[in-house]
Design a protein around this ligand. Sequence first.
Ligand SMILES: Nc1ncnc2c1ncn2[C@@H]1O[C@H](COP(=O)(O)OP(=O)(O)O)[C@@H](O)[C@H]1O
Ligand SMILES: [Mg+2]
Length: 158
Amino acid sequence: MDKIISRSTEETAKLAGDILNKIDLEKPVVFLLKGELGGGKTVFVKAIAKAMGVKERVTSPTFILYNSYKTRFKIEDLRFKNGTLLHWDLYRIDDPKELETIGFWEIINRASIVCIEWPERMGKKYLEKIKKEMNVIEISFEYGKKIEERVMSVKING
Ligand SMILES: Nc1ncnc2c1ncn2[C@@H]1O[C@H](COP(=O)(O)OP(=O)(O)O)[C@@H](O)[C@H]1O
Ligand SMILES: [Mg+2]
């Protein structure tokens, strides 16, 4: 696990681009973004969107669960051809059954890249399924010593 210190929102955004450049986009990619409110999870997703060529404004989907964005990526494999980026915020999920009702698994399966804030709220079953079948990047965001400092622990696939 890599620990990275970010000293500004710009540094957090740069880190997102760096990670994106390193990962294998042939497989569906899921970012599990953990950590307290204000840690920088949404800042990170905005940078991912920008790096993927999303033109729309990315806003926090706390009340609507997720947003979907078209990216400039066209990944050849039929499953991922649409190049969709999904941004989930599961903060308001109290019971994983709520996700079952809306067809969470089917929705994320159609996307190319999925960013999930508050992944612990999806419950063990989905978490294990995602870790088994997708390319997972887990990042924990913590506050650092200074006001604009954030510590990010990055874990790739496992
Ligand atoms: N190094 C940093 N990285 C990311 N965000 C930072 C940093 N320093 C300060 N911030 C601020 O912290 C807040 C992070 O908010 P946000 O990304 O919405 O957090 P989360 O989605 O984790 O709740 C923003 O207001 C941002 O400007
Ligand atoms: Mg957020």
